[in-house]
Design a protein around this ligand. Sequence first.
Ligand code: AMP
Ligand code: MG
Length: 421
Amino acid sequence: MTNQTLLQQLASNPSCADDYDPNAMSVTQARQYIQQFLSPVQDSETISIKQALGRTLSTSVTSGLNVPGHDNSAMDGFAFRHAEATQPLQIVGTAFAGNPFTGELPAGGCVKIMTGAVIPSGVDTVVMQEHTATEGKMVTVLKIPAQGANIRLTGEDITIGQTVLARGHQIQPADMGLLASLGIAEIQVYRRLKVAFFSTGDELVSVGQPLQAGQIYDSNRYSLWGMLQALGVDVHDLGNVADDPDALEKTLLQAAAEHDVVITSGGVSVGEADFMKQLLAKHGQVLFWKINMKPGRPLAYGKIGQSHYFGLPGNPVSTMVTFYQFVQTALKNLMGSNTFSQPSFKVECVSAIKKAPGRTEFQRGILFKAGEDWKVKTTGEQGSGILSSMSQANCFIVLDDQTSTLAAGTLVEVQPFSGIC
Ligand code: AMP
Ligand code: MG
């Protein structure tokens, strides 16, 4: 069965597969279902390395150079023949980085050498300056290093023809330097993913406009904007759309026609989902799930034409949690990236945690340094509308469905929001 047929079947008849229950999906199952319907963009473009931060390589990069390109000194010191190290050596010249010593090394001679300078021919060892004593033109090696010491060998970092970055790698600052060190000015990357989103809800007002009674400011469009920008996709904010079938239909169809991915927030929970659900059923193959998680229970995923669709719950924390737990990895996959792993590790939680078994919870946590160790505490109230908890937090505390209330001092799994780059 093709992926497209499977999606069609699940969307039209959710009871068609034994192991598929849209009303009791685990986080892992939902990720797996989404994963099988994704295929990365194909088109690529050539860009300069300065523009490449966060972009995904569409072809692997091989080196046309050895790095280092020549044997060179790892120290400021003296270069000499190891066999002659027991006698005082005569300084016959100096080798600078970028300005090599080109003469012949006579018997009993040595060359004063700087870090990065080419190793003169005939030399097999470098001693650091601090381990020598100099008197006029003569040098005594006080502490004889092993033969070959302090010499960085040609190609010890990278050899000609070696693959340095694989297809699917997302470019980081170090890669930009690495590419430059190989003399590579341009690379081939997948085109940017085009992602559109809009909010749904009669109660929503855009910032800059006054609030009437019962209205709230639309915050999801801003957190979505930020999360999408951080991923380096081409982001299109289509505004907020009232719970009006015609407006929703028009926006949805246009968004799907022009973008690789469409994300909406709000309107997928049971009861008030009416318009969105009907529209999605009419125009696409969309799966509606109740996920065993908190926050972020309702989630919709599917395709509208060629476009992938994610329907996120409207509560501001739920929008962010479902984005990070499902959409982010899916987008990376569609971008052609092979870097999916989200690090998580265990630390002691200094707060007691309230939880009922049955659902995976993504509580908001603050990792902090206590003496020598990192520990975590919760941000306090964990309601799905408390967006300030996401703002204060620097990690999720991930509690699996089996876990119930925990006493302070228990080890918990955390997913940090950010690393060093
Ligand atoms: P819904 O998923 O549409 O039932 O919305 C759930 C809750 O989230 C409601 O309290 C909505 O008012 C709120 N909500 C929905 N969309 C947004 C948004 N874009 N910004 C802030 N709150 C929202
Ligand atoms: Mg709504």
